[in-house]
Design a protein around this ligand. Structure first.
Ligand code: SF4
Length: 201
């Protein structure tokens, strides 16, 4: 198994006892992000996360990863169910991540590193007493160097998460409405603006 981290996230069936009487502490959540060097983020209402069926269609017709990743479509619920899942939360953060990669071969390694850091944030925020906390990766899962393809065969179910786009989220519109820039890249070496989302409750 090519696992990029020994960090273990905490599923709902965990035996860890969370103190649900703790008041929600926004600054502790923000500190968890800064601890992992995520310094550019904004709070938003989950209802301000925009979904589009066109995103799923672009995924099905145009993305070479379709049906090759165990946490991408068609291994994800329909868009409407994904929307209900996200809108069921009280709070969310959009996290802006930039990078300029000269060599396309380094993309997977870079995504793995960032997504592992996002998992550390998720775990820390969960341990702060936010039992529903869930992170949406800023790219395909990439936790393993070779994906199992099928959800039930996922090699690292504790750590795998879907991407923002995989859920059918219109990242362009969602980011724009929060004042962030995101453009279609014309050259591989252009600076990428990627976005992850942390759902908090
Ligand atoms: S954890 Fe590994 S096998 Fe599972 S979805 Fe992610 S990359 Fe694929």
């Amino acid at each position: 198994m090519n696992v990029g981290t020994e960090h273990c996230s905490v599923p709902i069936c965990s035996t860890i006892q969370l103190d649900s009487t703790l008041p929600f502490d926004k600054s502790s959540v923000e500190q968890a992000l800064r601890d992992q060097k995520f310094n550019d983020f904004k709070w938003l209402s989950p209802q301000d996360i925009i979904f589009g069926h066109w995103v799923r269609f672009k995924c099905m017709f145009g993305c070479e990863s379709y049906n090759t990743k165990a946490s991408c479509p068609p291994n994800l619920p329909p868009v409407e169910e994904c929307r209900s899942f996200v809108y069921d939360y009280e709070k969310a953060l959009i996290i802006h991540i930039t990078a300029s990669l000269d060599d396309p071969k380094t993309r997977g390694r870079w995504s793995r590193k960032i997504n592992n850091k996002l998992l550390k944030v998720e775990r820390e925020v969960f341990l702060q007493g936010n039992r529903k906390t869930f992170v949406l990766f800023m790219d395909e899962c990439q936790i393993c160097q070779e994906c199992a393809v099928v959800r039930t065969d996922c090699k690292n179910k504790k750590l795998s998460r879907p991407s923002v786009e995989g859920l059918g989220i219109d990242v362009y519109e969602t980011a724009h409405r929060q004042g962030y820039s995101i453009e279609v890249l014309k050259n591989y070496s252009d600076t990428m603006n990627r976005y992850a989302i942390l759902l908090v409750e």
